[in-house]
Design a protein around this ligand. Structure first.
Ligand SMILES: C[S@@+](CC[C@H](N)C(=O)[O-])C[C@H]1O[C@@H](n2cnc3c(N)ncnc32)[C@H](O)[C@@H]1O
Length: 256
C-alpha cells in the first residue's frame, strides 16, 4: 500500500478533530480520542496499517528487542505522538535497556518534533521496594550495561535522547526545571514509590494543551503498588482515564 493510502487508512480510525482540541479535554480526558485509539487497537483493526508505517517500522527495528512493551502499547504511543497535536519534551520513568526510549526518540524525530526524550533509570536495577506492597525487589532488572546503552544511542544517531542515570528522586526535579513542557510522561517503573514520585514531580510540568500521562504497568498483575499510586492521583487530582487499554492514559492539566 502506498504511504498516502496507508496514512488515510490509519486516520480513518481516528477522529483527529477530537484529539487535537483542548476544548474536548474534560476532567483530564478526551473520551472520543481515547475510545478511537483503544477500540481500534483492542480489536487489532488498526495493527496492519501501523505495522506498515515506515516510521513505525524503522523505530521498532531500532529497539532490537530491548523493550518490554507489547505491540499494542507501542502502537498507542505512536498514535499519541503522531496525532496528539503537542510538541515539547518526553520523560520516561523506567528505561531499563532503553527499548521504549529509543522507540519514542526515533518516532519524535521522524515526526519533526522539537522533542528531547529524557529516559531515567538507575541502570543498575530496582531500588529497594515496599515489601508489604510491591512484587518486585531491589536489583530486579539489573542486567543492563549503561556504557553499551550510550554507545548504542550514538550508533543510532539519536541526538534527541538523553539517558539520565540515578534514582528518579535525585534526577527528575532538576531536569524538569530546565526541560520544555512535557507532552508525554511514560511511567514504567513497577513500584509504588517510583510511580508516586513520578506523578508528583511531573504534573506541574505537563504541557498546557493536556500532556499525556501513560502508565505502562499499573494494570499488570505484578504492579499493585504502581496501581495504588495511580489511585491516589485520581483521588487527589480528580482525573478520569482517557484509555484503559492497552495501558492507562490520563491528560493533565484538565481543561475544565
Ligand atoms: C519494567 S523496567 C522498564 C522497561 C522499559 N520501559 C522498556 O519497556 O524497555 C522498570 C525499570 O524501572 C527502574 N526503576 C524503578 N524505580 C526506580 C527509581 N526510583 N529510580 C530509578 N529507576 C527506577 C528499574 O531500575 C527498572 O529498570
Amino acid at each position: 500500500m502506498k504511504n498516502a493510502a496507508l496514512q488515510k487508512s490509519i486516520e480513518s480510525f481516528l477522529p483527529t478533530a477530537h484529539i487535537n482540541r483542548l476544548s474536548h479535554i474534560l476532567q483530564g480526558r478526551n473520551v472520543r480520542a481515547g475510545y478511537a485509539r483503544a477500540s481500534a487497537l483492542q480489536c487489532n483493526a488498526i495493527h496492519p496499517f501501523i505495522a506498515n508505517d515506515p516510521l513505525y517500522i524503522e523505530s521498532r527495528a531500532l529497539m532490537q528487542h530491548r523493550e518490554l512493551l507489547t505491540e499494542s502499547r507501542l502502537m498507542n504511543l505512536f498514535l499519541i505522538l503522531k496525532y496528539g497535536g503537542l510538541d515539547g519534551d518526553i520523560i520516561e520513568f523506567g528505561a531499563y535497556r532503553g527499548g521504549s526510549a529509543v522507540f519514542l526518540a526515533n518516532v519524535a524525530r521522524g515526526l519533526g518534533l522539537s522533542t528531547t526524550v529524557y529516559a531515567l533509570d538507575t541502570f543498575e536495577g530496582m531500588p529497594p521496594s515496599e515489601s508489604t506492597l510491591d512484587f518486585h525487589h531491589a536489583n530486579d532488572f539489573a542486567n543492563v550495561s549503561f556504557q553499551e546503552l550510550l554507545e548504542y544511542k550514538e550508533k543510532c544517531g539519536l541526538t534527541n535522547l538523553v539517558f539520565v542515570k540515578g534514582l528518579f528522586e535525585e534526577t527528575a526535579h532538576p531536569l524538569l526545571e530546565k526541560s520544555k513542557k512535557i507532552i508525554l510522561a511514560h511511567i514504567d517503573c513497577d513500584l509504588y514509590e517510583g510511580t508516586r514520585y513520578a506523578i508528583d514531580v511531573t504534573l506541574p510540568h505537563l504541557h498546557p494543551g493536556g500532556g499525556y500521562l501513560v502508565f505502562d504497568d499499573a494494570l499488570q498483575s505484578t504492579c499493585l503498588g504502581a496501581l495504588q499510586a495511580v489511585e491516589e492521583m485520581i483521588q487527589e487530582h480528580h482525573l478520569r482515564a482517557e484509555q484503559s487499554f492497552p495501558h492507562l492514559v490520563y491528560r493533565y492539566p484538565p481543561a475544565k
